[in-house]
Write a protein of this length. Sequence first.
Length: 206
Amino acid sequence: MDKRRLLIAVRLLFGFLVLAAAIIQAVSLQQAGVFDPINYLSYFTNLSNILAATIFIISTGYLIKRRPPTKTDDIIRGASVLYMAVTGVVYVSLLSGIEVSLQIPWINILLHYIMPVVVVIDWLYQPQKNQLSFSNILSWLLFPAAYLIYSLLRGAYIGWYPYPFLNPASVGGYGNVALYCAGILIVFLVLGILLMKLGNAFKRHV
């Protein structure tokens, strides 16, 4: 199997598998009587996985048509890779063993362990075509920043937070929330720079 066919097969497999897992999890929560669609879509894990799966499926269409990605395509894909990488790192370091509304074990493994690795490997196996810069990394941080503001404001209003480290009552106040967020920001920056440099070093020319 050549590289193009391998990418098509892998991206379709994991793209549809993740979307199916998201639906199955939502149905499971609904059947348990604890499904809240807004809360469900307030988990960064769910958002980043759905984005990554969607990009996998769309990029498969590009591969089938042999359509080269635009710089905007590469920037969006790079953002998705960064979000998935951070999802994996944060889950392993801060959330492993904590209930985060993923009741089905194989879905937890898929979304928190397997998919982040697959997305990063995919980025390294077929890096972006266009040169990326530090300003692109800053653009990658816009969504996480908006997500943080949304989570904190909504949490303060309704008393529910998607993750314990965002809840001041769980970590000893807003000062500690700020420390957690600063640490995660550093992870975003470090991984973003690393992904950009690796992508630029190995970027494809066709």
